[in-house]
Structure formats: structure tokens, C-alpha cells
Ligand binder design. Structure first.
Ligand SMILES: N[C@@H](CCC(=O)N[C@@H](CS)C(=O)NCC(=O)O)C(=O)O
Length: 207
């Protein structure tokens, strides 16, 4: 059984979506990051950067932090959405999400959505990067139905970030291929279930 220690944020949603997709038995333990529960020493023992999500695989008493590493682990363990012969291709898009798409859109949330008017420089910089990310993803999805060919953990990692498109103000509908990808994934039963598992309880300053 997989225990997911998480909160209702894009990085957290990746893992509830993945568990729904692969059909593993799982339970969710909520970490209230707005009440600093991520700094609790017991949690920090399995999450050294004090971040959600984390999983504990109770089948073998293993814990893992970092959403990309967790998706790879669950993909390997289930044999789903992370085929062995496509891993190098999937890893590129997964790492691109982890190192670029997520962190940059996260900064855009900070400047554009949560703190408008505080830094013109920050707002402009991350708005420009957000638009570039949409354009680059759209270009990729013109050539490929999903990011790395077939639906994979790279799409699962990227979807919850694009799901915040209203905050981004970039105009998702202007990106034909990205919109098609977004619509296709939104319709998946596992995505619908996993995405909203933890309903938003309050305005989140950190994502
Ligand atoms: N690279 C990490 C990022 C995780 C992350 O930033 N988690 C945020 C919520 S989405 C968090 O735990 N924030 C609490 C804090 O920064 O104190 C991952 O993908 O797992």
C-alpha cells in the first residue's frame, strides 16, 4: 500500500493522479503546509527539503521525496506510463517539467497571481517565461500527441501545472495543440479523481 503525504497543490496532484492511473491501493495523509506541518521533524526525516509530496511504500518500507522521483518509482513498480524502452525520451520531458516548467510557473504564480504590483521586474520576467513555456509545449504537441509519444509520467507531471492556466493569463485557448492535450488529459477518469482528491481549503501562498 502506498501512503501519500501531500497537500492540494500541483506537485501533490501529480501523485494522486498517478496512483489513480495505475490502480494501486493508496491512502492520503494530509500535510498542512499552511500550518508549517512540513517542518515537523518526523516529516523532515523523510523529506529533507520540507516539501510535499512524499510517499511511503508500506509493501517494502521505502519512502521517497521529489515528485519526479516518485513518478519514476511508481511507473517502474506498476509497469505503467514509463515503458523501459522509452525512458530516455520520457525522462527529458519529466526533467524539463521538474527543473523548468514547474519552478518557472511557480514564480509566475508568485509575482502575477499572489503579489501583483510588488515587483514590475519579476512580473514581466516570469510572464514572459510563462508565455514561452506555453509556446514551446504547443510546438512539441503539434508533433506528438503527448509529450514523449504516448501518455506517460511526463504528461502526468505537467498537467497539474497547466491546469492553473487561469492564473497564468497566457490564454490557453490560443495554443491549439496544448489545448487539445489539456482537454484529452482532463477527460481521463483517473485524472478527474486524482486531481481533486484534496480540495483547496485556503489561498496558498507557496505555489
Ligand atoms: N521539486 C519538488 C517541489 C515540491 C514543492 O515545492 N512542494 C511545495 C508544495 S507544491 C511545498 O511543499 N511547499 C511547502 C514549503 O515550501 O514550505 C517536487 O516536485 O516534489
Amino acid at each position: 500500500m502506498i501512503e501519500i503525504l501531500t497537500a492540494n497543490t500541483p506537485n501533490g496532484k501529480k501523485i494522486t493522479i498517478m496512483c489513480e492511473e495505475i490502480g494501486f491501493e493508496y491512502k492520503v495523509t494530509k500535510i498542512n503546509i499552511y500550518k508549517d506541518e512540513q517542518f515537523n521533524p518526523k516529516f523532515r526525516a523523510i523529506s529533507p527539503f520540507s516539501k510535499i509530496p512524499v510517499i511511503i511504500d508500506h509493501d517494502n518500507n521505502t519512502s521517497l521525496f521529489e515528485s519526479g522521483a516518485i513518478l519514476m518509482y511508481l511507473g517502474e513498480k506498476s509497469g505503467k506510463f514509463y515503458p523501459k524502452d522509452e525512458r530516455h525520451k520520457i525522462n527529458q520531458w519529466l526533467m524539463g517539467q521538474m527543473g523548468y516548467v514547474g519552478p518557472m510557473l511557480g514564480q509566475h504564480h508568485q509575482f502575477h497571481h499572489y503579489n501583483p504590483g510588488k515587483s514590475e521586474w519579476g512580473e514581466k520576467r516570469y510572464f514572459k517565461i510563462a508565455k514561452t513555456i506555453y509556446k514551446d509545449l504547443d510546438e512539441r504537441l503539434e508533433k506528438s500527441k503527448f509529450l514523449a509519444g504516448d501518455y506517460s509520467i511526463a504528461d502526468i507531471a505537467t498537467f497539474p501545472w497547466i491546469a492553473r492556466h487561469e492564473w497564468h493569463d497566457v490564454g490557453l485557448k490560443n495554443f491549439k495543440n496544448l489545448s487539445r492535450w489539456y482537454r484529452d488529459i482532463s477527460k481521463r477518469e483517473a485524472v478527474i479523481k486524482g486531481f481533486d482528491l484534496l480540495k483547496r481549503e485556503e489561498k496558498i501562498p507557496g505555489v
